[in-house]
Write a protein that binds this ligand. Structure first.
Ligand SMILES: Cc1ncc(COP(=O)(O)O)c(C=O)c1O
Ligand SMILES: N[C@@H](CCCC[NH3+])C(=O)O
Length: 426
């Protein structure tokens, strides 16, 4: 069921008409459906239930809003974090530390200490150098760090090059040929307890084949590691399952298909499985609601200039990503349009030659599938305010991030004293 649908000719989020949100909070604004997030969490839990007691550690980077994290924590989900900031956000929102995995190639000693003191399920390490640093930090704190290495299985994920992580040339993970030596070294380090293995090959994967190939390599590796005397009780299979952006394209595999594949491959590994889904849980639970500032004539097609821009939604310019754009209260016609924002970059283009609802100045539009890697990647480029976020539940709404306005941004800047004699102070 789609929680963003038309009722009486107007798009609603659950039971709330989107124009009401625009009126109360202004535009642009991110709008999230609580019911969609809960349903996605439930569908995934059901799909993975045959695997025993898997840990579903939501990838916080997809949408780190505290209200989103609290919604998912209430569903029993843990968190996959990649920074001290994400760790702190997750814990502050109610995620249990024992359900947190810490990923990422560049954890600092401070971030390691934070997670060791607060507690976590596992560090996913990406190099021997990192293992050595973690052992030192843990020893200094009188703790033992539970670890697994993230292996780079060298499989082509078949996704956009900028979000592919499991090929040999990517910075992520320990190369397959170095994995046994990495575990041997970790076993010697006093501050570490080897417990698992991890893999993650990329995001927005639309085929199960590369995932299955990576997981089979992990299965073989578990056998080799055990034969070498390591205790392997955990396998973290990462995230990456794709979602529908363009309904005209074939749908990605369902969570059920994914669960069946994992069952076939991993059910008898004798480990606790961990999953790190991000986009799958929140991607289709959010839209970006924006207003048309004006429609400007163009040579090939008119330009629809919105009050949202690339600083609010980076995905189109960064990955050539396609997001559905729809009028909130369609007038009935269809047109071929270029949809752009006000930022001074040609890349501030959301769609070129898009056949879509005809719109005029003052109309509201939405970008669908803007729950993941959208608000999370926004900035204040061009001194634009940071877009607020709203969570809807039924006919209730809550502003879950305020608009960070320009006054706050100006107040955060400092003019150094050595400029005191300059013209501006005259
Ligand atoms: C280590 C790790 N885990 C999980 C994810 C979440 O990926 P997705 O949102 O595609 O499920 C990512 C992002 O690619 C990641 O780098
Ligand atoms: N930011 C990317 C996904 C990155 C996944 C993180 N490893 C996107 O919007 O598709």
């Amino acid at each position: 069921m789609d929680h963003f649908s038309h009722r009486d000719g107007v798009l609603h989020c659950e039971d709330l008409p989107l124009p009401e949100i625009a009126e109360r909070v202004g535009t642009p604004v991110y709008v999230y459906s609580s019911a969609t997030m809960v349903r996605h969490a439930e569908v995934l839990k059901d799909a993975l239930a045959p695997l025993g007691n898997p840990l579903i550690a939501y990838a916080v980077k997809a949408n780190p809003n505290a209200a989103v994290l609290a919604t998912l924590a209430a569903q029993g989900l843990g968190a996959d974090v990649v920074s001290g900031g994400e760790y702190r956000r997750a814990v502050a929102a109610g995620v249990l530390p024992e359900k947190i995995v810490f990923s990422g190639v560049g954890k600092t000693a401070e971030e390691m200490a934070l997670a060791l003191e607060g507690g976590l399920f596992q560090f996913n390490l990406e190099s021997v150098e990192e293992a050595e640093m973690l052992s030192e930090v843990a020893s200094r704190l009188g703790r033992t760090a539970p670890i697994g290495f993230r292996v780079n299985p060298d499989v082509a994920a078949g996704t956009h090059a900028k979000i592919s992580t499991g090929s040999a040339e990517n910075k992520f993970g320990v190369p397959a040929g170095d994995v046994m030596a990495a575990y041997a070294r970790a076993a010697e380090l006093p501050g570490l307890r080897v417990q698992g293995v991890a893999v993650h090959i990329g995001s927005q994967l639309t085929s199960l084949a590369p995932l299955e190939s990576a997981f089979r390599k992990v299965g073989a590796l578990i056998g080799e590691l055990r034969a070498a005397g390591h205790v392997i009780e955990v396998a973290d299979l990462g995230g990456g399952l794709g979602i529908t952006y363009d309904p005209a394209l074939p749908p990605p595999p369902s969570p059920e298909d994914y669960g069946d594949m994992v069952c076939r491959v991993a059910k008898h590994w004798g480990v606790r499985l961990v999953f790190e889904p991000g986009r799958l849980i929140v991607g289709n639970a959010g839209v970006l609601l924006a207003r048309v500032i004006r429609v400007k004539p163009g040579v090939a097609h008119p330009f629809v200039v919105l009050d949202a821009a690339m600083n609010d939604l980076m995905r189109p310019t960064l990955y050539d990503a396609w997001h559905a754009i729809e009028a909130v209260a369609p007038h009935g016609g269809r047109s071929t349009l270029n949809v752009v924002g006000p930022v001074c970059e040609t890349g501030d283009t959301f769609a070129t030659g898009r056949e879509m609802d005809t719109v005029q100045a003052g109309d509201l539009v939405i970008f669908r599938t803007a729950g993941a890697y959208a608000a999370a990647m926004s900035s204040t480029y061009n001194s634009r305010p940071l877009t607020p976020e709203v969570l809807v539940r039924g006919s209730e709404m809550a502003v879950v991030r305020e608009r960070i306005d320009i006054d706050r941004l100006i107040a955060a800047d400092r003019i150094p004293s050595w400029l005191a004699g300059s013209e501006r102070s005259a």
